[in-house]
Design a binder for this molecule. Structure first.
Ligand code: NAG
Ligand code: NAG
Ligand code: NAG
Ligand code: NAG
Length: 184
């Protein structure tokens, strides 16, 4: 078993060396051969909690001047939000969304989201998708761009369709339904 692994590596490395001679820190450019892509649909709920003793979202920076109590423009929030199969926070946890969002809408409230959605259950354990997108939170339904991924979702692209399931504007707590199409 180990011997055959070593042999496989020798073959792989041998081929790599034959095809792409090393020139210091970079290889020669080669034609990219695309492989057949796969598509997966994901469905889960994100729990963003700003209230309570253990919030999943914390404001780490904000401008030192605001025009009204509702003016959050310029705030930067770091999140580690729970992802569950159902809207109930007690339903099965399948991962977490870590990263940050900034309040980037000057006139119309809007967020720009930089987040890595990591999965911890089943075949997707250890894989994640990267979302980098505008999130126009005033609409109940909105679309975010999936720009990459890790593990099974390496080189992923796609989109996420979001629907607000629950929001409390006083506390800032929200539950958002995600339907994601991932192509990888
Ligand atoms: C905000 O910070 C700037 C630069 O430090 C300072 O000049 C200004 O007075 C501050 N404004 C308020 C409302 O604290
Ligand atoms: C702040 O937001 C609340 C709820 O959306 C709204 O009723 C209120 O008029 C807003 N206040 C200001 C000063 O914009
Ligand atoms: C997910 O992967 C981690 C790291 O490999 C492992 O510790 C954990 O037990 C796995 N969880 C499940 C549910 O398979
Ligand atoms: C919304 O949040 C406020 C402040 O945390 C709380 O007093 C209120 O009960 C919440 N409302 C709902 C419907 O959860």
């Amino acid at each position: 078993m180990e011997n055959s692994l070593i042999l496989a590596w020798i073959l792989v490395l041998g081929t790599a060396v034959a095809v792409a001679p090393c020139r210091g820190y970079y290889s020669d450019a080669e034609p990219y051969v695309p492989v057949l892509k796969k598509v997966t649909h994901l469905h889960f709920f994100l729990h963003d909690t700003m209230s309570g003793k253990v919030p999943s979202s914390v404001i780490v920076a904000r401008p030192n001047m605001t025009t009204s109590p509702n003016d959050t423009f310029g705030s930067v929030v770091v999140t580690d939000d729970r992802l569950t199969v159902g809207p109930d926070v007690k339903s099965e946890v399948i991962g977490n969304a870590q990263g940050l969002w900034v309040s980037s809408g000057r006139d119309v409230p809007c967020l720009t989201v930089y987040m890595d959605f990591g999965f911890t259950e089943g075949e997707l354990n250890g894989s994640s998708i990267s979302i980098f997108s505008r999130n126009p939170i005033v609409g109940t339904e909105r679309e975010l761009a999936v720009v990459g991924g890790r593990g099974k979702f390496r080189m992923a692209q796609g989109y996420a369709q979001l629907k607000t399931y629950f929001v409390n504007f006083t506390s800032g707590d929200a539950i958002v339904e995600y339907k994601v199409t991932v192509i990888y």
